[in-house]
Design a protein around this ligand. Sequence first.
Ligand code: GDP
Length: 197
Amino acid sequence: MIIKSADFICSNTQISKLPPPLKPEYAFIGRSNVGKSSLINMLTQKKGLAKTSQTPGKTQLINHFLVNENWYIVDLPGYGYARISKSKKEDWNKFIRTYLDKRESLQCVMVLIDSRLEPQKIDLEFCNWLGEKGLPFVTVFTKADKQSSIKTDQNIAKFRKALLASFEEAPQHFITSSENLLGRDEVLNFIDNINQS
Ligand code: GDP
């Protein structure tokens, strides 16, 4: 897919104020610092479209970016901040889970996972919740340039194996680097195929 345009449309703190669900959307989510903003900027090739390194615990926003005027990248707040209060975590849960569960134009959840890490409980729990809700998702292993491809493959294999405790088969996965465009074509083609179908 060629990206002709990518524009910020709106930030929301309320589900009721989201844009009308008339175009396919793809939600990007992961632990804070996983590289989500960098990945969105890399996919769209628009520096600064998504704001990188946001302060943990600040206002939880759902950001909509319209791509090629016909589909949305939805930037969801990161999860897993160590230092935010329990009540803020609960707010996060309610807000995001309502969005994911109820959004009729949502095509697929792109779950970002740091490829340098061994499987993390919070990521596995989130994938399991998506599975329980029957929400389509794929895993996107980020920051692959930071270590050898052998190490990346080992971590991915462990993550996929851990998912098999709950799923009959592990979901499709992508390996990306925002530094060197690794995985860009694959992720965009995946989205393009769904948009065309
Ligand atoms: P977010 O909090 O998930 O939006 O994460 P950011 O996109 O702000 O990235 C967090 C940090 O990781 C920043 O310092 C980025 O420069 C760095 N980073 C993100 N993606 C990559 C990547 O693919 N490769 C490398 N080497 N660094 C990355």
